[in-house]
Design a protein around this ligand. Sequence first.
Ligand SMILES: [Zn+2]
Length: 620
Amino acid sequence: MHLPHRFPAALLLLTLGAPFGTTAQTPPPPVAVSPAAASATAGTPPAPAPAPNDPVARIRDEGLNRSQVMKTLSYLTDVTGPRLTGSPGLLRASEWSRDQFKSWGLVNAHLEPWGPFGRGWSLTRFSAQVIAPHAIPLIAYPKAWSPGLGAKPLEGEIVYVNIKKPEDFEKFRGKLRGRIVLDGAPPEVKLRFEPLATRRTDTQLMNMANSDGTIGTPRATSATGVQPSSLASPELRAALALTPQRYQFFSEEGVALLLQPSRIGESGTLFASSATVYPPRNAKAAEPPSKEEATPPGAKKKSSAPLRGISAWKTDAPPIIPQLVLAIEHFNRLVRMTQQGEKLRVLVDLQAEYHTKNLMSANVLAEIPGSDLAHEIVMLGAHLDSWHSGTGATDNAAGCAVAMEAVRILQVLELKPRRTIRVALWTGEEQGLLGSKAYVAEHFGVVKGAPPAGTQPARDESDPFAPAPRSSPPVEIEKKPAHAQLSAYFNLDNGSGKIRGVYLQNNETVRPIFRQWLKPFKDLGADTLTLASTGGTDHLSFDAVGLPGFQFIQDELEYNTRTHHGNMDVYDRTVADDLKQASAIMAAFVYQAAMRDEKVPRKPAPAAPRPAPAATASTQ
Ligand SMILES: [Zn+2]
């Protein structure tokens, strides 16, 4: 448990006594947060007291004072563990969520298959340590879909290989068979003087509110140490450009195991996603984007198109070299020791399992039936799948727990919506919004001429400076009948931070409507509407086919410094009060959308998405 020093011991006792009601990061919450009390703490004038039977006031009261969101979150993180798409952990979380919906009285709760996705992967055993010249237990984690090393741990001496230019390959040719390779340049560690956790400032929110929508809104803070690749040194860029050739070289040389530094992170936090795989030389590319002939190490490329990686979850992926990510401080120490002439022996126990019985994945769906407009639908959702080194708490069990809590609130209050409210917990989001894309294609429509979900390259979310999609020429949509029946989709997938407003996704017509809906939550910090679009998560699947899909603006907290795709993306790094606030607002938005006479207005024909940059598959 992490407790900042400023908290008194009394709070520790209080926190320990209330595992789901509060977390270590939050000051002690008041027993009941009335609008007036919350206003007083926020320093804004109190909102006029709503009528006691006002549905939104009741939603707020239930969400803030009788929340179950942290209990739900604990199950989805602590109990089910990481929820990599295709893994047993995700299936367990999906079935549990479906059963929770049922227990709350929702109807049509089911797992809806999509795919085929590919093979699942789960870790059976893992430990890594230096055993000579002295013991160094390593902070490390295998990349997802890394194969195991066999029943016995692998022991061997480390060889340090830092490929910076094409000539470097020759130094190591014929010397790496069966070796454990320390791979890459040591990332620079800079002392951090800025806070790890941030909330959006008034200035940032004002800038967002003033956006003319022509460009996307970059995230408020950058990840630790991450620079846009355009700002990297020429040497680093040259080394990065050799990435495909490097992997091909290691593969051909028969390297047994790669030890690599976390790309970002500090103080023992590491970030791990999918194992990196490139098509072997002289092999036909296994995926549509990989049409280019592989380039031999050191040779000039015939084409300027970069060689694309192959998704490690594909059943036809070539053999993968086992790959471990080390916390930067540990990686760098090993590099320095080898440079001092030390012979380092490591012992790595890595056993992993591929799951190939069922190559399909499944989203979780459930409904609160509507009344006079029951044939029309309002949707809310978040993605249930996660990366694997933490428990995917902020990415995105938090969003799922909030969406689940929102429908629980509506259900327990028996508010009887006019439209049907449908909640969705998506899978395959981390591999390119695959589950929501497949669902939208199945139920609502597809962009004419677009490749089927799962075959197009994913947008690169690894660069937090990458702008959200810009406007492009309109596209033609092949609509299914239900396309006309969906009012709106509301998504939550930017971490554990409270809701500060909504990205209008270039839909100016919804501004006055959302302005009204946010009013009861102004005192809780949610009052910003930005015309700007945001990207990287499942609302894009709806937006792409001309349906109103929205992601809320959230406080970032530690999302880009500590949690997002990292080993410390765990329950204790979420903030209970923020998730309660988000649950109440999400429930209120969905309720309002279900009750108004008209559906949420749509914007003019959607624009073609930007072409995805060459990158590994990784999203929010
Ligand atoms: Zn993510």
